[in-house]
Design a protein around this ligand. Structure first.
Ligand SMILES: [Zn+2]
Length: 42
């Protein structure tokens, strides 16, 4: 399942899919696993 509206919890920029780690913020470099994002989904 994909959530294009996911945002970085650190800086608020949108997250981009990352091949290895799930999603990553390109602004600050914060990485998010899918499980972590789904657990925090609004
Ligand atoms: Zn960020």
């Amino acid at each position: 399942m994909r959530h294009p509206d996911w945002r970085c919890q650190n800086c608020g920029e949108r997250l981009y899919e990352h091949v290895e780690v799930g999603y990553q913020c390109l602004n600050c470099g914060r990485r998010y696993s899918i499980d972590e994002l789904e657990g925090n989904a609004v």
